[in-house]
Design a protein around this ligand. Sequence first.
Ligand SMILES: [Zn+2]
Length: 134
Amino acid sequence: MTYGTATTFNEFRQRNRELLDELNRIHEAGHAVVAVRLGVEVFEVFSPFPSSTEYDLGGCARSSNVSDEDDLLIRFAGAGAEVIFRKVSWTMAFRSAAGGDWKASQEVIDELALLEPRKQVVKKAKARVIALLT
Ligand SMILES: [Zn+2]
């Protein structure tokens, strides 16, 4: 990955901090909105601390006492918010800030794929996330 004329991601982030932090807030809000809409308790939503020197992605702390289906929807919701607000594809969203969410979703997708084809699990989750966010 290249960051324009910046030599490190942190340098890139310092120069583009406002934009990145806004994208991050949109992403984390997506997780929180879907969790709340599913009736899942959200404890805290945070975006990167202004003083942090490391790239901090922020987060959404919520109850983990959820069904596999709801867990997947909440995990996909950060990318879903990017799809809606950045007008990017799911693939693009999962390649950027939501890459960790995609990786973290694999286990629950595997569980749900015992009941129906994996591709169908992913497709249905994406559609439900968009419906929950709009
Ligand atoms: Zn996320």
